[in-house]
Design a protein around this ligand. Structure first.
Ligand code: MIG
Length: 677
């Protein structure tokens, strides 16, 4: 592994074990580097059959060839193919030449907190060009396979955040739960239907006027600890959201404190707070790059942890900006000019221009260039460090949790992230849409997200934006079955998509039950992946690099060391073609039937996969443990009574701990060999 330093890079904290600096430029795979004043470019030829893996949470396929990606944390509610950026800014990729090539696979990590552009065969089909600001660290990682390189990379960025085991339970969420009654009703409904659930999420409406660390006066301010406890009595942990922006309002204590202590991002004068607008209206943005401000913000979670809250999700931390005070002023000037110009509109181009001006005030680059961070006394313009913001908000929280809840793990996941942030929390994949194509997108994202260090992850099951359908929710759940975060979440105003809103809720109950049966195994693979710098989700070709078909499969994944999962990704399908790179055992969970297994030869198979079953494949000579189906909460899972399914002779090395202690010594990590005899 080699590390090259260009210019004077800002320390991002992404890498915890840095190799010595290598001088000169990398030559692997005929790379060439050109540095101009404020611009750095790396180019390399791509050959036919090269696969490019990585870039974490972004658009398009597992193989990133043939598109342009921009690493720039973006509040993007439309995750369609035409986009270039999502919430994650994960600058790690691997180029894997085809089998038989005399070129070796190579991994690249661009340690740069600003915008990084990847043209991966977009301008020229057989050329890759990476462009960014001229101050960066470049890591070039060699290895025998893409998988090997991914593990080597993971070994230098530090261990991923360790979630509490209850975080593997099913979570119900929706933007729009407003009252205590809403929460009681949901919990009661789940309990009534005997549907397993561990968490219900609180979205922005629990706050008073969208003010962080406050409680809605009408609903929650009065005896919040009592309410939290009442939900716990129903077996539910409440998981509230925290937003990045702080409402600018005299009399709101948190704002006044942050203002007095200079903890907010400043304009170019380094004195005036930058004014952005998000849910609460005009808001100031905590300067998470300033360690003091970070500590201050983190300790505010105490208001909620003191009330018994054990987990949070951090939102809007790209940071998302609906507009800024200055941007709005400029827009008004433009509009006034437009309105007062008798010659306008001359033609439709004037109207399009008007449209662009109005639409362009959201998440505008101009705004990201308006404000500054105080990083250890040095003022840095936001756009230079943009991608650090979300992860440092997560760090603010997790550092504080170590003080506020020193004994126990706290659930934490974030929307925006960059590599390094994986040590402090998980991520969810943000505002997907209730589209069938977003099932496939999730399958593509999971391995790339794992490569970047994030293991505790998942998507809004059912889809966040727009109206879902019963079959889509079930198909989403068949994938979400394996993601550590299994949460159904939807946007305000969309069709209600709690499992009990649909016909035959027992089908949903059945799937969630199977999830709980798999938790001992899923959690074991999670602990192993943390310990051994491994990925939980992998493209087939990571384990079968020589198999030309496996190299092109983008709709199946390896899970852990035992499984292949092949979800159905299209509507009105009752099954699909599945490619098995080796002979495997098909495993089928169907209602009111014992688990069915059927040996399958290597090759293509048409596999029936109804909406209300769970189907996966156990790899040759492997087996996985499955619990009884009676648990309705993670804490009720009987870890002593596990059945191995798969190949009868196989054993499984089960890893477990107490699932909650922060201190590894107390958690009691241990291995047990499970066999069928
Ligand atoms: O601008 O808090 O991604 O999960 O429900 C929308 C409301 C703000 C975006 C999050 C979504 C959440 C929503 N938030």
């Amino acid at each position: 592994m080699k590390r090259y330093v260009y210019g004077t890079p800002i320390e991002t904290g992404a890498v915890v074990c840095k190799p010595e600096t290598t001088s000169g430029n990398p030559e692997d795979l005929s790379m060439s580097v050109a540095t101009k004043e404020d611009n750095w470019t790396l180019s390399l030829p791509l050959e036919e059959g090269d696969i490019v893996y990585g870039l974490g949470e972004t658009v398009r396929g597992i193989n990133k060839r043939g598109w342009k990606y921009i690493s720039w944390s973006t509040d993007e509610f439309d995750h369609s193919e035409g986009k270039n950026s999502l919430y994650g800014a994960h600058n790690f990729l691997i180029i894997a030449p085809k089998p038989g090539s005399d070129r070796k696979p190579v991994g690249l990590f661009i340690d740069q907190p600003g915008k990084v552009t990847y043209d991966i065969g977009y301008q020229k089909q057989d050329e890759m060009t990476i462009t960014c600001d001229s101050n960066l660290e470049l890591y070039v990682i060699e290895g025998s396979t893409a998988y090997d390189i991914a593990k080597k990379f993971r070994s230098i960025i530090g261990k991923p955040y360790l979630a509490p085991r209850f975080g593997f339970g099913y979570g119900q969420s929706r933007w729009g739960y407003k009252t205590k009654e809403d929460f009681y009703k949901i919990a009661d409904k789940f309990n009534e239907l005997n549907m397993p659930v561990d968490m219900i999420y609180m979205d922005i409406d629990y706050m008073q006027d969208f003010e962080d660390f406050t409680l809605n006066e009408k609903e929650f301010a009065d005896d919040f600890p009592g309410f939290v406890q009442k939900m716990k009595d129903k077996g539910i942990r409440l998981i509230p959201i925290i937003d990045a922006g702080i409402k600018m309002l005299e009399g709101y204590g948190i704002y006044e404190e942050g203002e007095a202590k200079n903890y907010f991002c400043k304009l170019e004068d380094h004195k005036t707070d930058f004014t952005g607008a998000v849910w609460p209206g005009y808001a100031a943005f905590p300067d998470f790059l300033n360690p003091e401000a970070r500590n201050w913000f983190g300790m505010k979670y105490k208001i909620l942890t003191d009330a018994g809250i054990e987990g949070f999700w951090n939102d809007m931390n790209e940071p998302a900006l609906f507009y800024s005070a200055q941007g709005m002023q400029e827009l008004k000037e433009y509009l006034t000019q437009f309105a007062n110009d008798p010659a306008k509109p001359v033609n439709c181009y004037d109207v399009f221009d008007l449209n662009d001006h109005v639409g362009g005030i959201k998440n505008s680059m101009k705004d990201y260039e308006r404000f500054y961070h105080n990083m250890d006394g040095q003022w840095i313009r936001h756009d230079k460090v943009h991608n650090l913001y979300g992860s440092l908000m997560t760090k603010a929280a997790t550092d504080a949790f170590k003080k506020l809840r020193p004994e126990q793990r706290t659930l934490m996941f974030s929307r925006a992230s960059t590599i390094g942030g994986h040590r402090d929390g998980g991520i969810w994949t943000g505002d997907n849409v209730s589209w069938w194509s977003h099932l496939g997108l999730l399958v593509h994202q999971l391995p790339a997200i794992n490569m970047s260090g994030f293991l505790y992850t998942g998507a809004d099951l059912g889809g966040f934006g727009q109206n879902t359908t019963r079959d889509l929710v079930l198909r989403f759940m068949q994938i979400g079955m394996f993601t550590p975060l299994m949460r159904n979440h939807a946007a305000l105003g969309t069709r209600e998509q709690e499992p009990y809103q649909f016909e035959h809720p027992e089908d949903f109950t059945f799937l969630i039950e199977q999830r709980y049966r798999l938790i001992p195994y899923l959690y074991s693979e999670y602990l192993k992946a943390i310990k051994t710098d491994d990925m939980m989700f992998r493209p087939l070709a990571f384990d079968f690099p020589e198999d030309p078909i496996a190299r092109e499969v983008e709709d199946q994944l390896l899970f852990g060391h035992e499984l292949v999962i092949a979800p159905v990704l299209e509507q009105n399908k009752t099954g699909r073609m599945v490619y098995l790179p080796e002979s495997m055992m098909e495993v089928r969970f169907a209602k009111d039937q014992p688990i069915q297994t059927q040996p399958r030869e290597a090759g293509w198979h048409y596999i029936c996969y109804p909406l209300n079953e769970l189907v996966f494949f156990v790899r040759n000579n492997k087996a996985i443990p499955v619990a009884e189906h009676s648990a309705r909460r993670v804490d009720e899972i009987n870890d002593q009574d596990l059945t191995l399914i798969g190949y009868p002779e196989a054993r499984y090395v089960m890893v477990a701990d107490d699932g909650i202690s922060l201190d590894p010594a107390k958690a009691g990590y241990h291995e047990t060999v499970l066999t069928n005899v």
